[in-house]
Design a protein around this ligand. Structure first.
Ligand SMILES: [Fe+2]
Length: 153
């Protein structure tokens, strides 16, 4: 189910993805629009997923059926085993990792701490968030987001 708080998260991720896209590709307005839409679509699989962990795959499958360009990014969001992130996946992941469950603007550390509070320190969610943050921050593209994302992680 998409709860009202999840909806707030989705909209905030979309807006943040747009902002980050403008930083990463300053002269590419279409990319910014596309990243807003990707943010809007990244979590809608929750509406259909019985196991919440299945929401990326379910959302991606539906989007693939529409011929949606970024269905794979939806499938891969939250997957820390992806080795070569596209710009779109990188933008989406950074936006998702700096947006709280109710749409709050978080540092990555706050997002990690929030995962620990919600799911526990030994949870898969918390461990994955730590790995995800490390990978995103090690990526050279992360430097484009200085001043937008609070880099004091
Ligand atoms: Fe998600």
């Amino acid at each position: 189910m998409i709860t009202s708080s999840r909806w707030q998260h989705i909209l905030a991720v979309a807006r943040r993805a747009r902002t980050l896209a403008e930083k990463l590709r300053p002269n590419d307005g279409m990319f910014a629009e596309d990243m807003f839409l990707l943010g809007m679509l990244h979590d809608f699989g929750y509406e259909f997923a019985e196991d919440p962990g299945d929401h990326p795959a379910i959302g991606a499958e539906i989007l693939k059926r529409q011929g949606y360009r970024y269905w794979k990014e939806v499938a891969d969001h939250g997957n820390v085993n992806v080795t070569e992130a596209t710009d779109a996946l990188f933008v989406l992941s950074c936006a998702d990792m700096t947006t709280g469950p109710h749409g709050e603007s978080f540092t990555m550390q706050e997002r990690i701490d929030n995962m620990a509070e919600r799911y526990g320190r030994d949870s898969r969610h918390h461990k994955k968030a730590i790995i995800a943050a490390e990978k995103l921050q090690a990526d050279p593209r992360y430097q484009s987001f200085k001043g937008v994302i609070n880099t004091s992680v």
